[in-house]
Design a protein around this ligand. Structure first.
Ligand SMILES: Nc1ncnc2c1ncn2[C@@H]1O[C@H](COP(=O)(O)OP(=O)(O)OP(=O)(O)O)[C@@H](O)[C@H]1O
Length: 253
C-alpha cells in the first residue's frame, strides 16, 4: 500500500506519493489553448485524468461543508435563486480584494486537495502508472507544481489562440484579447514546462504528440528501474528455489 506523506499547517495539507511508483503529471495551458482537446486524447488512451475545475465546482455545492462556510463569510448575496453559489459574483468579489481571495482560498483549497487525493488514491489502487491533473492555473498559483513529476503545457500560437477563443465563446477581438492578457503568457509558461504539446496545427498533429508523450511517460526511467528490480528479484528468488529444490531432491534419493 502507498505511503502518503502529508505536509503543511492547519490551513493547508500537501500529499506526496513515494517516488518510483505512481507519479503525477500536471497539465496546463492558456485559455482556449486546447487542454480539453488534449485531455480527450489521453482519456481515449485509457489514462487517468483529474479535472481541477470540476472538483472546484463540486466542493462548493450546497450539500458540501465549504458551502456553509462561504455563505457565512460572504453573505447570502453571493447565492443564485436555486441556492447555488454564484461563481461569477464571488469571482468579482475576490478579484477586487486580496484579503477576501485569501479567505476563500483558505476555505476551498484544502478541500480541493483532499478531493483530488481521494481520486489519486482510487487510481493508485486501480494500478495506473500515472495520473494527469488538469490544472489551468498550475504555473500561476505554483502551489501544486512541486507535487508533479512532469508538467505538460498545451501551447498554441497567439493568432490561433485568439481566433479559436473568439469563435468558441462568440467574443469580439478586444474581449478575447483582454481574457488572454489576464493570464500568464503562454510563451512564459513554455519555459516552465517539462513537456510542450503544440496545438497550433491540426487535430492529427496534436494527437500524434500526445501519443508520443504517453509512450514516454509510460516508459519513464522510474518504471524501467522498477521493472528491472522486479525481474532481478524474480530471477534471484527463482534461482534460489531451484537450488533448494535440487538439494532436497538429491538428499531425498
Ligand atoms: N488543433 C485544433 N484545430 C482547430 N481547432 C481546435 C484545435 N484544438 C482546439 N480547437 C478548438 O479551440 C477551442 C479551444 O479548445 P479547448 O476547449 O480544447 O481549449 P481549452 O484549453 O480546454 O480551453 P479553456 O481552458 O478555455 O476551456 C475549441 O473550440 C476547440 O474545438
Amino acid at each position: 500500500m502507498a505511503i502518503v506523506h502529508i505536509y503543511g499547517n492547519q490551513n493547508t495539507e500537501y500529499y506526496r506519493f513515494p517516488q518510483g511508483r505512481m507519479f503525477l503529471v500536471g497539465l496546463t495551458g492558456g485559455i482556449a489553448s486546447g487542454k480539453s482537446t488534449v485531455v480527450t486524447v489521453f482519456q481515449e488512451l485509457g489514462c487517468a485524468v483529474i479535472d481541477a475545475d470540476v472538483i472546484a465546482r463540486q466542493v462548493v455545492q450546497p450539500n458540501e461543508p465549504a458551502y456553509q462556510l462561504i455563505v457565512q463569510k460572504f453573505g447570502n448575496e453571493i447565492l443564485l435563486e436555486n441556492d447555488e453559489i454564484n461563481r461569477e459574483k464571488l469571482g468579482s468579489i475576490i478579484f477586487s480584494s486580496s484579503e477576501k481571495r485569501q479567505l476563500l482560498n483558505s476555505i476551498i483549497h484544502p478541500r480541493i486537495q483532499k478531493a483530488m487525493l481521494k481520486q489519486i488514491m482510487k487510481y493508485f489502487v486501480l494500478g495506473y502508472r500515472y495520473v494527469i491533473l488538469d490544472i489551468p492555473l498550475l504555473f500561476e498559483t505554483n502551489k501544486l507544481k512541486r507535487f508533479m513529476k512532469h508538467t505538460v503545457l498545451v501551447y498554441c500560437d497567439p493568432q490561433s489562440q485568439l481566433s479559436r477563443l473568439m469563435r468558441r465563446n462568440g467574443l469580439s477581438k478586444a474581449e478575447a484579447e483582454a481574457r488572454i492578457l489576464s493570464q500568464l503568457p503562454l510563451d512564459e509558461k513554455r519555459r516552465l514546462a517539462d513537456h510542450v504539446i503544440d496545438n497550433s496545427g491540426d487535430w492529427e498533429s496534436t494527437r500524434l504528440q500526445v501519443l508520443k508523450l504517453h509512450a514516454k511517460l509510460e516508459e519513464s526511467l522510474d518504471f524501467l528501474l522498477l521493472r528491472l528490480a522486479a525481474v532481478t528479484t524474480l530471477t534471484v528468488v527463482g534461482g534460489l528455489l531451484c537450488f533448494f529444490l535440487r538439494q532436497s531432491l538429491r538428499s531425498f534419493f
